[in-house]
Design a protein around this ligand. Structure first.
Ligand SMILES: *Cc1c(COP(=O)(O)O)cnc(C)c1O
Length: 401
């Protein structure tokens, strides 16, 4: 018995080693590359080479912003590098409370609670608000942390076809006898860059008396005139019950949050295991996150810029002949089909100092492997045009266009 278990683990280790080594040998391994320096808000140094960053989640170009850096530095001086432990006991600092107030104001909710990562936020929140006998309905393309949160909760998990409101309605009808129903979706899907159909979704949730939880990892700072996210994008208000977001993407820090009514936040602050049993966000990171929300409010041009850059980039790629799927946002898939084609296109771009990465199965469905590029407010028009010209040559060489 114990021999079999040992063999099972060793097989996993060996299997992954072979897969990674095979890619390295073929010069097709692009993951876990250390960046050694930031250069402005759009370039990085990797292996001594300056590269145009086209894979960043920092949609508003806030990484390295002087005001945010200063806030982090001041907090480090004042509080030290960590906290005294978990939030419920000795780990809460006044800046955590201020950060949560800032988030609640930004998301127009009564209150908010932060966790030590976005991933943990989904795990902790979902497994607290639903449990056995409840049902959760998820978009098929929801982020892995949502899926893991549902599994951890023990609730029954049903998935509807991507952004397919008819399929969702069918499921809501079928399970209408359940007293507790939660629908969870990404606002902007992290692999495809498309936007959930919020108006239809809200109508269904109201009609079938389901709660709605929205993951705004890729929509805060990106959607809406002032970057407030999905509701602002559709001109809607107060239609999402559980508003989740991260502090690691547009907000250049670490952590995640749930914004909602004060009862919900109170529940999470006392019953969510990822909050009660895991240490608080470090002071410098809490201060950086708070300052970043303030910068978003004070520098609204950045939001217009990222939206503009996304349009220029998507239009440019389509004009060259690439398939950008249904993206309307700063996440832009460049469809390649097979894993090999995606690796090839990335290798060609990287040889021209464009930092882009491939996404292959199982992260995306087989046959839909892609180069996944992101644009930010930190890119100039000239940089985007340069990236397009590199992609055009690379796409021809790879036989994609
Ligand atoms: C990145 C991401 C998360 C996790 O956030 P982290 O802060 O990186 O842990 C959750 N949901 C979605 C949709 C994401 O893209």
């Amino acid at each position: 018995m114990s021999d079999n278990i040992q063999t099972g683990i060793q097989n996993r280790i060996d299997g992954m080693h072979q897969r990674v080594q095979g890619l390295r040998d073929a010069d097709m391994y692009f993951y876990n590359m250390p960046v050694s320096e930031l250069k402005g808000s759009s370039e990085v140094v990797v292996s001594g080479r300056t590269m145009l960053m086209l894979a960043s989640y920092g949609y508003l170009g806030l990484l390295g912003h002087p005001r945010i850096n200063k806030a982090a530095g001041d907090a480090l001086e004042k509080y030290g590098s960590g906290t005294h432990g978990v939030r419920v006991l000795a780990g809460t600092l006044d800046i955590h409370v201020e950060l949560e107030k800032t988030i609640a104001d930004f998301k127009n909710t009564e209150d908010a609670v932060t966790f030590s990562s976005g991933y943990v936020t989904n795990l902790a929140a979902i497994s607290t608000i639903v449990g056995r006998r409840d049902i959760v309905l998820c978009d098929k393309y929801n982020h892995a942390s949502i899926v893991d949160g549902c599994l951890l909760s023990g609730a029954e998990l049903k998935r509807f076809r991507h952004n397919d409101m008819d399929h969702l309605e069918g499921l809501l009808k079928r399970y209408s006898d359940r007293t507790t129903k939660l629908v969870i979706v990404d606002a902007v899907f992290s692999m495809d860059g498309d936007i959930i159909d919020l108006p239809a979704l809200v109508e269904l949730c109201r009609k079938y008396d389901a709660w709605l939880m929205m993951d705004e990892a890729h929509s805060v700072g990106v959607l809406g005139k002032t970057g407030r996210g999905i509701e602002e994008h559709f001109g809607m208000q107060d239609c999402v019950d559980v508003k989740m977001g991260t502090l690691s993407k547009t907000i250049p820090s670490i952590g995640g949050y749930i914004a909602g009514n004060s009862g919900l936040v109170n529940l999470l602050k006392h019953a969510a295991r990822g909050y009660v049993f895991s240490a608080a966000i470090p002071p410098a990171q809490a201060a950086a996150a708070k300052a970043a929300f303030e910068v978003i409010i004070d520098e609204p041009d950045r939001i217009e810029k990222v939206q503009q850059n996304a349009r220029i980039f998507i239009d440019g790629l389509q004009a060259i002949g690439f398939d950008t799927m249904s993206s309307e946002t700063a996440i832009v898939p460049v469809l390649c089909g097979t894993d090999e084609k995606a690796y090839e296109l990335v290798r060609l771009c990287q040889s021209q100092d464009i930092f882009v990465l491939p996404v292959v199965s199982p992260a995306v469905p087989e046959g839909l492997s892609r180069l996944r590029a992101t644009v930010t407010a930190g890119h100039s028009k000239a940089q985007i045009e340069h990236a397009l010209s590199v992609l055009e040559i690379a796409g021809k060489e790879a036989g994609l266009i």
